[in-house]
Write a protein that binds this ligand. Structure first.
Ligand code: HMG
Length: 390
C-alpha cells in the first residue's frame, strides 16, 4: 500500500515588507538581504492572525466533506503555540468542522514538528488504511526588530492530508534521522522572540544534512543521480543552496545542472514569504510541484528537514500519476497577487502590537483582514476565533 501526500494547502497573511526597504531602513546594502540571504519579501502577520488561524486558513482550501468525515487524527506541528496546555489542533478541528471522532494533538521540535507529524501520520495510515490524517505546520517567525535574525522572519502555514493511495506524492519507507542536544536556536517559555546563535545554527544545519545524507545513502544504496530534486527546510533561501552545494560534486554535470535548476524553482514561494519554521520545507516542495511545469510523475524528490535543538531527517517521495491535477496553483497565485506591501514603519507598529495578558476583553478589527478565519479578540484569557463562512 502506498502512503503519502494526498493534498497540500498553504496560507500566508495578506501583508508583506519588501526586503530592499527593510535593508535601507536597517542601513544594510539591499544585496545582503536579496542575494546574501536570498529573500525578496517577508510576510507580516497582523494581530488577527496566529498559528491557529494561519493553519486553519491553509486547511480550508483543501478539505472537502469527505476529508472532514475520514480524518480521525489532526496533528499540529508548531513552535508558535498559543497555549501551554490546550493543543492548537483542537481549535482547528472545531473551526473546520472535522469529524468529532478524531484525535487532535500538538507536536513540537522546532522546525522539525511537521515532519515528525507526517512520519506519525504514515504509521497511523499503515494501521488504519481507510482513515486520513490532517497534518498542519504553522508558525510566525519572530527574532525582534533590528536583530541579525530579523531578515529571516516570516509567517504562514501548510496543511497536508496524509492518506493511503495518495494523489500527489507517495512517501518511501527508508529515511535517515538524527538527534543531538545543541543550543543553536531556542525560545524560552517566557519569550515571544527566538534566541539564536546564527553562525552556529548555519554550521549545524549543514552538519546534520551531511550526516543524514550519508546515512540515507548507506541504508538505501541510492545516490545523487536518483533524485530529480532535493527540497530543503528553508529558514532563508540561501541556506538550502549552501547545503546542496556540499554534495553536488558527487554527481555528473547533468546531475548538478538539474539539481541546481530545480533548487531555484523550489525556493519560489519561500523567498517571498520568509521562514515559516515547521511549514518551510513543505512550502519549498509546493514551490517545486506548482512552479516546475515539466516535472514528471515517477520522479523521486528528496526532503531534508531540520529543526534546531536539533533533529534532522532525510526522506523521499515519488510523484504520483496526474499529481498536477490535484494542486491549487491558481489559488496560490491569487494569494500572492492580493497581498499588500506595508512600509517598514507600519511593519514595526504591527510587530509591537500585543494581546492583553490580564484577562481583559479586547475586540479586534477583523474587517481589515481578508482571511476567512481570524482571531477576533480575547476575553477572560481565552482567544476568540471566527470562521467568516460559518
Ligand atoms: P548576518 O550575520 O547578519 O549575516 O546573519 P552574514 O554576515 O552572515 O551575511 C549573510 C550572507 O550575506 C553572507 O553570505 C554574506 O557574505 C552575504 P554567505 O557567506 O553566508 O554565503 N552578504 C552579501 N551578499 C551580497 N551583497 C552584499 C552582502 N553583504 C553580505 N552586499 C543569519 C545571517 C542567517 C546568521 C541571521 O539572519 C540569523 O541568525 N538568522 C536566524 C537563524 C537561521 O536562520 N539559521 C539557519 C539555520 S538553523 C534553522 O534552519 C532552524 C530555524 O529555522 C529554527 C527552527 O528550527 O525552528 C532557524
Amino acid at each position: 500500500m502506498k502512503i503519502g501526500i494526498d493534498k497540500i494547502g498553504f496560507y500566508t497573511p495578506h501583508l508583506y515588507v519588501d526586503m530592499n526597504e527593510l535593508a535601507v531602513a536597517r542601513n544594510v546594502e539591499p544585496a545582503k538581504f536579496t542575494i546574501g540571504i536570498g529573500q525578496e519579501q517577508m510576510s507580516v502577520a497582523p494581530i488577527t492572525q496566529d498559528a491557529v488561524t494561519l493553519a486553519a486558513n491553509a486547511a480550508l482550501e483543501i478539505l472537502d466533506e469527505n476529508d472532514k468525515e475520514k480524518i480521525d487524527l489532526v496533528i499540529f506541528g508548531t513552535e508558535s503555540g498559543i497555549d501551554h496546555s490546550k493543543s492548537a489542533a483542537v481549535y482547528v478541528h472545531h473551526l473546520l468542522g472535522i469529524n468529532p471522532q478524531a484525535r487532535s494533538i500538538e507536536l513540537k521540535q522546532a522546525c522539525y514538528g511537521a515532519t515528525a507529524a507526517i512520519q506519525m501520520a504514515k504509521g497511523h495510515i499503515a494501521l488504519n488504511p481507510e482513515s486520513k490524517v490532517l497534518v498542519l505546520g504553522s508558525d510566525i517567525a519572530r527574532y525582534g526588530l533590528n536583530t541579525s535574525g530579523e531578515s529571516t522572519q516570516g509567517a504562514g502555514a501548510v496543511a497536508i492530508v496524509i492518506s493511503a493511495e495518495p494523489k500527489i506524492m507517495a512517501l518511501e519507507d527508508q529515511s535517515a534521522f538524527l538527534t543531538a542536544d545543541i543550543m543553536d536556536f531556542w525560545r524560552p517559555t517566557y519569550s515571544d522572540q527566538a534566541y539564536v546563535d546564527g553562525k552556529f545554527s548555519n554550521e549545524q544545519y549543514i552538519a546534520f544534512f551531511s550526516k543524514v545524507w550519508e546515512a540515507y545513502k548507506e541504508k538505501t544504496g541510492h545516490s545523487i543521480e536518483d533524485f530529480e530534486a532535493i527540497c530543503y527546510h528553508l529558514p532563508y533561501t540561501k541556506m538550502g543552496l549552501k547545503a546542496l552545494r556540499t554534495i553536488l560534486d558527487e554527481g555528473s554535470e547533468a546531475d548538478k545542472e538539474r539539481l541546481l535548476a530545480n533548487y531555484e524553482i523550489s525556493k519560489t514561494y519561500n523567498k517571498n514569504v520568509g521562514n515559516i519554521y515547521t511549514g518551510a520545507l513543505y512550502l519549498s516542495l509546493l514551490s517545486l510541484l506548482e512552479q516546475k511545469e515539466d516535472l514528471k510523475e515517477g520522479s523521486r524528490i528528496g526532503l531534508f528537514s531540520y529543526g534546531s535543538g536539533a533533529v534532522g531527517e532525510f526522506f523521499t517521495g515519488i510523484l504520483q500519476p496526474d499529481f498536477k491535477a490535484h494542486l491549487n496553483v491558481e489559488s496560490h497565485s491569487n494569494l500572492f497577487a492580493s497581498r499588500k506591501e506595508v512600509s517598514v514603519g507600519k511593519y514595526e507598529e504591527i510587530f509591537q502590537e500585543s494581546l492583553p495578558v490580564d484577562g481583559s476583553r479586547i475586540e479586534l478589527d477583523i474587517d481589515k483582514d481578508p482571511a476567512t478565519i481570524c482571531l477576533s479578540g480575547m476575553a477572560d484569557h481565552m482567544r476568540l476565533y471566527v470562521n467568516k463562512e460559518r
